[in-house]
Design a protein around this ligand. Structure first.
Ligand SMILES: Nc1ncnc2c1ncn2[C@@H]1O[C@H](COP(=O)(O)OP(=O)(O)OP(=O)(O)O)[C@@H](O)[C@H]1O
Ligand SMILES: O=P(O)(O)OC[C@H]1O[C@](O)(CO)[C@@H](O)[C@@H]1O
Ligand SMILES: [Mg+2]
Length: 319
């Protein structure tokens, strides 16, 4: 293998730049030519491909976002789109591709691998919703951003004796809500993987109020329902007035934490090693502090990824 390429796809996440840097530098270190594909799969189909040098990835390790830009592309989900992408790779003589993205991006990489392009996936998403790794690149930064926000909201919630609903990202996965709810001392955490009962929420809030507690924090993953909907339910059923804070895209930006930078560097370098070793159709991850790799098929199976016992613990600690 002489020429490889790297792209970022799906929602950006802090640490993607550190991963790109690792792929480029490790690739060049090991004697490869490394190309960058701009704007994810859309750019791949359009041939937005440029050779990257050591200096191309200088001064980016600490930056959020992705220097290669990203996209979501419906066209790439079609056979026609994938064929166009393959033609572009062949035109540039690229023999292997590193895809940094989430589960959707992995599905695209799996298709390319099936069609003969060796692909290796790197888990780049704030959602932490990828099997085959305990942590995705960007999750640590995102949860620290959220915890900082929760702490700030707590100050005003306490001062005004208010109940706040804080809506965080996670369409299908509750990791951000669960981790930050535990870290932020939330009274209630609602995640898509677990059903909730509005009466239980109110019973818990009431218990707190009986003890003299006048403020509460509810952390809600966006995949459960919009914060406005929960606020209306609490008002209609219990005449409980709440305040809402939807954290939104602030969760995707910012300088990556040390953890995310090191994770991205390790995973990026391992992806290059796998391509050189002739592996394809696999993604890199970290489990129990060890770098691992698994096939896309295994990774893309639906699994309950909620950390063993963390949801139950959150309930025990927030009585
Ligand atoms: N089944 C599929 N076949 C081919 N390509 C796919 C498939 N699913 C997704 N993709 C491609 O991957 C892109 C990114 O997927 P998606 O929007 O689900 O984000 P993601 O990678 O899961 O990241 P995140 O969830 O963090 O935003 C899609 O826009 C599409 O181009
Ligand atoms: O508006 P976009 O870019 O589709 O992103 C929104 C989604 O992306 C994610 O943040 C993951 O990056 C989801 O949690 C969220 O619902
Ligand atoms: Mg996803």
């Amino acid at each position: 293998m002489k020429k490889i390429a790297v792209l970022t796809s799906g929602g950006d996440s802090p640490g993607m730049n550190a991963a790109i840097r690792a792929v480029v530098r490790k690739g060049i270190h090991d004697g490869l030519d490394v190309y960058g594909v701009y704007h994810g799969y859309s750019g791949l189909m359009e041939g937005k491909i440029e050779k990257l040098e050591l200096g191309s990835v200088g001064d980016i390790i600490h930056r959020g976002g992705t220097m290669l830009y990203t996209s979501r592309s419906e066209k790439f989900k079609t056979e026609e789109g994938q064929e166009e992408a393959i033609k572009q790779l062949q035109k540039h003589g690229i023999e292997g591709l590193v895809v940094i993205g989430g589960d959707g991006s992995y599905q695209g990489a799996a298709k390319l691998s099936e069609k003969g392009i060796p692909c290796i996936g790197l888990p780049g998403t704030i959602d932490n919703d990828i099997n085959g790794t305990d942590y995705t690149i960007g999750f640590d930064t995102a949860i620290n951003t959220v915890v900082d926000a929760i702490d700030k909201i707590r100050d005003t919630a306490t001062s005004h004796d208010r109940t706040f609903i804080i809506e965080v990202m996670g369409r299908l996965a509750g990791d951000i809500a669960l981790w930050t709810g535990v870290a932020g001392g939330a009274e209630t955490i609602l995640i898509p993987e677990r059903e909730y009962d509005i009466d239980d929420i109110m019973t818990k809030l009431n218990k707190g109020m009986e003890r003299g507690k006048k403020h509460s924090i509810i952390v809600l993953a966006e995949g459960v329902c919009p914060a406005t909907e929960l606020a209306e339910k609490l008002m209609d059923s219990f005449q409980l007035e709440t305040r809402i804070s939807v954290l939104g895209y602030i969760q995707r930006g910012g300088s990556p934490t040390c953890f995310d930078r090191v994770l991205a560097s390790r995973l990026g370098a391992r992806a290059v090693e796998l391509l050189i070793a002739g592996k394809r159709g696999r993604a890199v991850g970290i489990t129990n502090q060890q770098l691992v790799d698994s096939g896309f098929e295994e990774i893309l199976k639906n699994k309950d990824r909620v950390v063993d016992g963390l949801y139950e613990l959150s309930q025990q600690l927030s009585i």
